[in-house]
Design a protein around this ligand. Sequence first.
Ligand SMILES: [Zn+2]
Length: 279
Amino acid sequence: MTVSLQTLLDRSNRNMDKGTHSVVRDKALELIKRAYKEGIYVQISEGYRSHARQQKLYNQGRTTPGKIVTNAKPGQSIHNYGTAVDFFIVSNDGQDAIWKVDKKWRRAAAIGKSLGFEWGGDWKSFKDYPHLQMPNVSSSKPSKPSYGNSKVIIKEIQIYANKYYNAGLRVDGYDGPKTRKALLKAYQTELNKQFDRGLVKDGIWGPKTENASIIVYPGAKGRLTWIIQALLYCKGYDPKGLDGIFGSGCEAAVREFQEAEELTVDGRVGPVTFKHLFK
Ligand SMILES: [Zn+2]
């Protein structure tokens, strides 16, 4: 007999725990429903992960038996903030977990992405195929005080900088010169990658970086926008999301920043605004 949709939802709800962000939980359940319609049976194995559990996982293969399963210490995994889930595929009868990354698996991930998740299978440095994380929930639920305060956002920035740019930052939630320098290196990396600038990635704002700078306009999407949002958060502004989408919230924060810095207030980020953001 084919496993019922309700069974998949019930099991997943149990595995997601209370600490999973409500937006993330809802999207994960929606993913299960949509996949089910296509004959793909998805189940969530985990959502929120406590610091204690993260420590236990980190110890595995180091001080306790087993294979190493994570490099993240407590506070260094997005799961510790309740904004990620892990999924897998179950057999038609619902009895077996299937971990093979095949067409069904990739389709489930694609549905997840269409719902706003980022998929660990897209990561460059290491692939995490079961992993789906929601990058922009911090501002969508302001009622949740545990998420949305700046220390948590800075931690998220540090986690991403480590993951995407091998920044090697300590995930401590403090915006210091090291985090700022890591973001500048990330910016130089993107200028090289996207615009062939050939910059030395030294994390120093010099004339070469300034000359190589581009203008990022509202409506833009991608890593450069993510860097702008991260810089705004570090400066104490609220771009309403760390999602790489230059929307109205981000534009308003840019304008506010430009006004405070006595720059031309145009809501776009060009060389001069970048310079001030990196200061
Ligand atoms: Zn995960």
